[in-house]
Design a protein around this ligand. Structure first.
Ligand code: NI
Length: 188
């Protein structure tokens, strides 16, 4: 039922929404997560959040090592106890060709639910904690573009412009003015 889903690219407005909590832990949710894993693998990514396939629900999938048994999925994730800071480069499947240095917490704790609605509690540091923070950003409508400093924004200017043009071509009825307003009213 989710075969038609694909990864949506910035500046699709669905990427800028705050996603809603998941309430039904049903077969539908499992199918969505399964399709997200598929799309993530096809794109050779390490993580993918539901808004990136156009679904504004609080769910993300990840696989930090690429090993088949290292698939992880989190519903309604909450991050706490951030400690330390680390700057590292990040990319995003919804922002092809863009790489941004982002400062993140080095360690974090997460409480979430699995696909059956059972509570999950984990702690992580380094790369895994970074992926958590990146994917949680997606669930709150925050993209790497919101984490860019002026220099990074300047460097990415051409690529962002191309993505905007591509979006307009593929969505001729979209109101770019609205998109711009939404962007400028963002708090980050
Ligand atoms: Ni991303």
């Amino acid at each position: 039922m989710y075969e038609d889903l694909k990864i949506v690219l910035w500046p699709d407005p669905r990427l800028k929404k705050v996603s809603k909590p998941i309430e039904s832990f049903d077969l539908d949710l499992k199918a969505l997560a399964g399709r997200m894993f598929e799309l993530m693998r096809e794109a050779k990514g390490v993580g993918l959040a539901a808004p990136q396939v156009g679904k504004n629900v609080r769910l993300f999938v990840m696989n930090p090592t690429g090993e088949p048994d290292d698939d992880r999925v989190y519903a309604n994730p909450v991050l706490t106890d951030g400690e330390g800071e680390e700057e590292s480069e990040e990319g995003c499947l919804s922002l092809p060709e863009i790489h941004v240095n982002v400062v993140r917490f080095k360690q974090m704790k997460m409480t979430a639910q699995d696909l059956d609605g059972q509570p999950v509690e984990e702690a992580a540091s380094g790369f895994v904690a970074r992926v958590w923070q990146h994917e949680l950003d997606h669930l709150n409508g925050t993209m790497l573009t919101d984490r860019m400093g002026p220099v990074a924004r300047m460097a990415a200017r051409r690529t962002l412009k191309d993505l905007e043009e591509r979006y307009r071509e593929e969505n001729p009825k979209s109101e770019t003015r609205k998109t711009k307003q939404a962007q400028s009213s963002r708090s980050k």
